[in-house]
Design a protein around this ligand. Sequence first.
Ligand SMILES: O=P(O)(O)OC[C@H]1O[C@H](OP(=O)(O)OP(=O)(O)O)[C@H](O)[C@@H]1O
Ligand SMILES: Nc1ncnc2[nH]cnc12
Length: 176
Amino acid sequence: MTSASAADLVRSLTTTTPDFPTPGILFRDLSGVFADGAAFRTVVAAMAEPFAGRFDAVAGAEARGFLFAAALAHSAGTGVLPLRKPGKLPPPVLTEEYDLEYGSAELQLRTSVASGLRVLLVDDVLATGGTLAAARRLLEKAGNVVVGATVVIELSGLGGRAAVEGLEVAALVAEG
Ligand SMILES: O=P(O)(O)OC[C@H]1O[C@H](OP(=O)(O)OP(=O)(O)O)[C@H](O)[C@@H]1O
Ligand SMILES: Nc1ncnc2[nH]cnc12
């Protein structure tokens, strides 16, 4: 018997909830992936695989991105750069504003810890691409090279790849 692929595990362990957090949004929740140790390990390994040997730091956006970014960094033996919502990091920080499917937000990076690195961006969901684009801007402003982005689910219909044009993006599952 062959073991389930990362994509199969994501499809079977992810829930889709209509009209959350606002009307018209089909919300994907990956709590089932996080809760299943074997599935979590398989998914994180599959996220890292396309970029193996090409990054020396991982960055994740608060909050869901932290879970995948920290796990991926730990298994790859790299550090992890937290991109935080405003007011959480002491100065000096860089700040980027962005829009997403259900509102607008800001991310901040502590500049003193990240410079001259080859950084892989990690997140659970790619929707409009606003989050990844802001993350890319932050890391590049701080003097890093962003080598790519790896996500679990891409909502292809929302055109997120266009927001990070020129960046290599890997997704385990693409949905309309
Ligand atoms: O491609 P985009 O349109 O930017 O959307 C994707 C982002 O939206 C979610 O985060 P959210 O801002 O909801 O925060 P959370 O992780 O704290 O739930 C998700 O974890 C991604 O980071
Ligand atoms: N539809 C969606 N489900 C889960 N996370 C999201 N982030 C942005 N859009 C999302």
